[in-house]
Ligand binder design. Structure first.
Ligand code: FES
Length: 490
């Protein structure tokens, strides 16, 4: 089968990119006459074909839209909000297929890229066969720290590749649960690891470890899988489709924009993340606009947006069964109490409730330790209670004690590392990180436990525009953040 390829459908030179105005821009490819819409806002640009999903009509500016986000179809007047790529008339109806926008770091040009085929899972379809009870189950089980580390971002086998592990007789659906696996996060991370939610297909079918993106890989006669790239972080995240006897399971956990937003409809099981809050932002920010009420509002809105987004995604894809899963950070150490109490996460139950309301035909399942969903039974009869094995009443759902010492010792030892004796470590570190060419200035201040500047602690500015370390802030307009770095022992 031919692998999925990407094709540039429109290229804008740097001068044309600079001329793009904020909001809606209509563009035409002079070579083939095809039309596109580019929506530019402060942070990024989004793009799509200028082609209505209804019957292919052409969009024009919607003069009734004062916000400059909506276009109107010239045929039957459907309306599309190009800032979200959602059709607003008819309301809550469709999503416009989006093109990937690739801006060159070197020459500033912009390319609109289309994935082809856009839906590779349709190329070699299989009829869904009958399943026997117990033949395809989604059990919740715990993993070891070693396994969890293997699933993390820093592991070369992260993502779907990491879950098809030679020597293990199971094909796990899990992608990973650990998010950014940084040393400083280890305490929080491992605090959660012994109670991660992992789901695997219990088919006892072996494995394969060779695959290409967007190509169906065959495990055996009945079991196949496909790995789709993420449109936003193609180098980091993937989405996974596993198919057993023609029954598809779609796992989009932590994939920002799987396959650039185009996904299979009506799959048997869909799984996605739900919690939010993995970055800890903005709880670790203070000063300026970062008041407690601003942060509380931000968290509330972001979590709500995530719930709505996931609900709309499920509504548009109409899976038969939906399962929210994926682990998330628990700020377990007492020194992280403030973040824990303020960085509220969504619960799987909240998302399932929202989905049940919006998609009454989709069966929702919230996995908990020792519970099992029998997909065959659930597909045959959604009301069959025997399809779900509940955990015993005595099952402990959440971990509530941790052994921090293993990690704290290492973190505390790092504070007195020799390198900090030499001021040159600052430049060394930022040069090594290599992040520059960005209009941002930060001030890093080392503090004590009460976040008061530490006597003799480091206190410096970094200008990421040219990666310099000035004594005072530059004259030009620039975003500015202060990073408070608590360096006392935990
Ligand atoms: S083709 Fe656009 S509304 Fe019908």
């Amino acid at each position: 089968m031919t692998p999925q390829v990407s094709r540039t459908v429109l290229r804008l030179e740097a001068s044309e990119v600079r001329e793009l105005k904020y909001g809606i821009n209509f563009k035409k490819n002079p070579e083939d006459g095809k039309c596109y819409i580019v929506f530019k806002d402060k942070d990024k640009a989004r793009a799509c074909k200028n082609q209505c999903k209804h019957q292919g009509g052409l969009f024009i500016k919607d003069i009734e839209d004062l916000d400059g986000r909506t276009v109107r179809c010239t045929k039957h007047f459907w309306k599309l909000d190009v800032s979200t790529m959602e059709y607003v008339n008819p309301p809550d109806s469709f999503l416009q297929d989006e093109l990937e926008v690739v801006v060159s770091d070197t020459d500033g040009s912009m390319e609109l890229v289309e994935l082809n085929p856009p839906d590779p899972w349709t190329l070699d379809p299989r009829e869904a066969q009958d399943l026997q009870p117990g033949e395809l189950t989604l059990p919740h089980f715990e993993i070891t720290r070693r396994e969890a580390a293997r699933y993390s971002h820093l592991c070369w086998r992260h993502l779907a590749a990491g879950v098809l592990v030679p020597g293990e007789k199971r094909c796990e659906l899990n992608k990973h649960h650990c998010c950014a696996f940084r040393r400083m996060a280890e305490c929080m991370l491992f605090a959660r690891l012994s109670r991660l939610t992992i789901v695997h297909i219990d088919v006892e079918k072996g494995y394969t470890n060779s695959f290409s993106y967007s190509v169906i890989s065959k495990v055996d006669e009945h079991l196949r899988f496909m790995i789709l790239m993420d449109g936003v972080h193609p180098e980091m995240d993937t989405c996974l489709i596993v198919e057993y006897k023609g029954h598809m399971i779609l796992n989009t956990v932590d994939c920002t924009r799987p396959n650039n937003g185009r996904l299979p409809q009506g799959v048997d099981v869909m799984m996605s993340d739900f919690a939010g809050g993995a970055s800890g932002f903005p709880m670790t920010f203070h000063g300026g606009k970062y008041t407690e009420s601003w942060k509380a509002d931000f968290i509330k809105n972001e979590r709500k947006k995530l719930l709505n987004y996931k609900t709309q995604l499920v509504k548009s894809l109409q899976p038969k069964i939906y399962c929210p899963f994926a682990g998330y950070f628990t700020e377990a150490h007492p020194s992280d109490r403030y973040i824990k109490e303020t960085n509220i996460k969504n619960s799987a139950e909240d998302l399932n409730a929202s989905i049940r309301k919006a998609c009454p035909n989709t069966l929702t399942w919230t996995p908990s330790p020792c519970s099992v969903l029998d997909v065959a039974q659930a597909l045959a009869d959604q009301s069959n209670r025997e399809a779900i094995t509940q955990p015993p009443n005595t099952t402990k759902i959440y971990k509530d004690s941790w052994d921090f010492d293993l990690y704290l010792e290492e973190l505390n030892a790092a504070i007195s590392n020799d390198i900090f004796e030499h001021k040159s470590w600052i430049q060394f570190y930022y040069n090594w990180a290599g992040f520059k060419g960005y209009n941002l200035v930060i001030k890093v201040i080392e503090t004590d436990d009460d976040f008061k500047p530490l006597d003799g602690g480091y206190d410096y500015l970094v200008d990421f525009m040219d990666l310099s370390f000035p004594d005072k802030r530059p004259e030009r307009d620039h975003p500015y953040e202060e990073v408070i770095d608590k360096i006392t022992e935990i």
